[in-house]
Ligand binder design. Sequence first.
Ligand code: NAP
Length: 409
Amino acid sequence: MRDEILDLKDYKKIAVMGGTFDPIHYGHLVAAETVRHRLGIEKVLFVPTGRPPHKNNRNVEHDEHRYLMTVLATANNPYFNVSRIEIDRPGMTYTIDTIQSLKKICSDETEIFFITGADAINEIMTWKRVGELLRICNFVAVTRPGYDKDSLLRNMTGVENDYRINITFIEVPALAISSTDIRNRVIAEIPIKYLLPDEVEQYIIKFGLYKTAFENKPFFTFINQKLHTVLTPERFAHTQGVAYEAVNLAKVWGVSAEKAYIAGLLHDCAKDFDDKETLSLCYDYGVELDEIIKRQLYLAHSFLGAAVAEKEYLVTDSEILNAIKYHTTGRAEMSFLEKIIYIADMIEPNRPFYSGIDDIRKAAYEDIDKAVYLALKQTVDFNNGRNRIIHPLSVLAMNYYENHFIASK
Ligand code: NAP
C-alpha cells in the first residue's frame, strides 16, 4: 500500500502522532485534533509503532490490523494521514529514525512536532539519542485529566533545561478513554460503542480482535465480566496474559487447557481488595492467615483468592483452587497446573522486562521444573532485596526444586 508521507514538502508545520493504537479511539482523535488546532499544525501524520524496544514481549495486535483501524478512524479528517513508516521498517522502532526519515522528505523550513501520551514521554530518557531528538523536533505531551506534569519534569533528570522547555503539555479530557480498557471490555463483552469510531468497532467485531476462542463460553464470559468490575484495567490485562500463557503451557505439558484458563483468569481475583476488605473477607470465608502473612498482607491475596474463586465464581475443582492458592508462595511438589500458573504469572506477555525473564520463558516450554526453580529463585532474591520475610512455603519449594532440578541433571 502506498505511504501517504510522500507529499509533505509543502507544509510548514507537521505533527507526528505516535502510539501503538491498539486500538485507536476517540481520545487519540480528539487529542490530535486539539493539538492541530491549538498549534496551527497543517498535517497530522498518525504513525502506528512497529516493534518498540520496550515492548518486545507484548502481544501487540497484528501490525496490519492496527494500521487499518487507524486509516478507518482518520479517513474523514482532511488534516489527518496515516503512515506505515514504522510498521514497514525492519528492526526495532526508534522515534529518532522516524523523525530523521521524515526530515528528508520535508522542506528545510518544515517544523516537526511529535505528539504522544505523557506516560510514554515519562520514559524519554531511555529513548535512543534523546538529546538529538528533542533538538530536531518539538514534543507535545497529551495528558489525561489530573496528570502530574511536575513529577514528569522532575523525572527528566539529565535533560538540559533547553530540552525540557521543548515539551508542550496539553490536557485532553477525552483521553480518559484508553486502549487497555477497550481491549478489556471486548474480552468481557462490555460495550465499546461511543469510545471509538463505529468503523473501528465494526472492524474489531469482524476480525474478532482481542478475543480468543476460549472466551466465548458463557461461564468464561461471566468470570471476565465480574473480573472487569473488580480489577484495575492493568490487573485485568495481566490476568488475560496469565490465562493466555497458561493455556499455551497446558497444551505443552498435557494439562486441561480449560482448567489452566480458569485458574489463570482467577489467580489475582482477590488482589485489588484493600487491607480492610482482605481481612474482613478472610474472616467471612474462613481463610486462616499465619503470622508471616498477617505481617505481609499482600501475600494473603492468593489464599483468599482460592476462597473467593470458590464462593463467588463458583469454582469447585480443587486442582484449580490450589493453583490459585499457591501461585504466590509456591510449595514443594506442586501439581502441573500449580506449576503452570506459578510460571505463567512470571512470564505472561504483558509482564515488564526483568533480568532473567528470558531464561524462565525458555525453560517453561522445555523443562518445567527448571522454570519453577528459576522463577522461585528470582522471587526470593527480589523479596530479599526488599527485606521481606520469605514465606516458609517458598523456602521449602525452592529447596525441593533446586534438589529436584540438580538431581535430574
Ligand atoms: P503506548 O504504549 O501506546 O502508550 C503509552 C501511554 O500513552 C498509554 O497510556 C497510551 O494510551 C498513551 N498514548 C500513546 N500514544 C498516544 C497518543 N499519540 N496520544 C495520546 N495518548 C497516547 O505508547 P508507546 O508504545 O510507549 O509509544 C508512544 C510513542 O513513543 C510511539 O510513537 C513510540 O514509537 C515512541 N517511543 C519511542 C521510543 C524510542 O525511540 N526509544 C521508546 C518508547 C516509545 P492508550 O493506550 O489509550 O493509547
